[in-house]
Design a protein around this ligand. Sequence first.
Ligand code: S3P
Length: 459
Amino acid sequence: MISRGYGSIGPPVPDDPQLPAAAAAPLALSAQRSGPIRGEAATPSDKSMSHRALILGAMAQGETQVSGLLESADVLRTAAAIEAFGAGVTRTAAGSWTVRGGEWRSPAEPIDCGNAGTAARLLMGAASGFELAATFTGDESLRRRPMARVIEPLRQMGARIDGGPLLPLTIVGGALRGIDYVSPHASAQVKSAVLLAGLRASGPVEVIEPARSRDHTERMLGVFGVQVEAEQCAGGWRVRLPSDRRLRAARLAVAGDPSSAAFPLVAALLVPGSQVNLSSVLANPLRTGLFDVLRAMGADLCSTNPRERGGEPVADLTARSSSLSGVEVEAAAAPSMIDEYPILAVAAACASGTTIMHGLAELRVKESDRLAAIVAGLHRCGVNAQMQGDSLIVHGCGGPPLGGASVQTDGDHRIAMAFLVLGLAAQRPVEVDEAGMIDTSFPDFAALMRGLGAAIEPA
Ligand code: S3P
């Protein structure tokens, strides 16, 4: 269904995005020093907002219209899932989707979330509130990732969960009670799973997280008519659902993804003579930690034209080549840049001096063990780097690192993109062994980068 044009409403649109073939051959890419990286580009849409727009649309009564949806492999998994739960899902043009929501039903087949942790954890939360049974699974990477953090609160709310703590597992949902959940993790996925389940629970629903994580679910709930209360509290940060939790269908536009924007922007900082302008990048302060750190390192990175899109602040960003210096990044910054450490490590490798990044335990349970993958990749490229507990230390080369290596991505999209950017700045080309997974978050990465002058080609 999803691979033939998204549900039964409306004609299929030419160039429908496709879920990746089950066993596509690994695609190796190589990046080498080129001329300046210059030009303007449309920022790919935000992955976190895209998942949430589909899920909330599927839970709301009526027809939700989303524009600028990211059509990446991860988001298409969520589109397929909500359709399997009974939503009417139609793609009317590139990035423009309508979702007809309502009551969810048991899907005929297991929900395969592919590589997408956000899809798995948010959909598990949302599905728990409905009277249905659903089995969740994913690819090899997702089946290794911790789900206990979501299973635990959902069980406390009354969901029956068979199996676990890893995928596959089966949820039997319905008739949930409220919860006052103190999460041990500053994780937006955990917080969102509880809030989505809580939409259909009886009684108060509250989550306290030790530090504030991205608040896209709370903001987007506001667009769908449910105003979440949020405040600082003794244990960190508290969010609370109101008693009126009825979702009303909405229209919303998805902002540009700062996590994807980071790759062309850092490429421009590192390659001499470069200047890149990206429009409509999400400027939510809970997502822009990397940009603050880069500025502290000396980056010429300007933000202009602040405005609003889809209930979120956005701005245009311009990056120009800069000489960077090492800095110390406190653990408190981690939630606001958790996906950006691979590319920050690459910037640190080209900087002068040492960069120390603290509080990175969560990097070990991402699409790969990112801490290990970053250090291994840097070593191969001739950069001195170490892990020390949950900290990462990168000794900058004060200019182009050696490169001339093949880097293992461990099937991780952000490791692949980060080391391709390193290849653009390095003395010798850098190859990544598996770049196909880039499609999970940034399907047009290679084309966009080539359009800006980057030499990225099949290896
Ligand atoms: C996400 C939250 C983060 C992030 C992930 C997307 C989200 O994960 O790493 O890529 O959309 O909620 P955690 O909640 O595990 O920190």
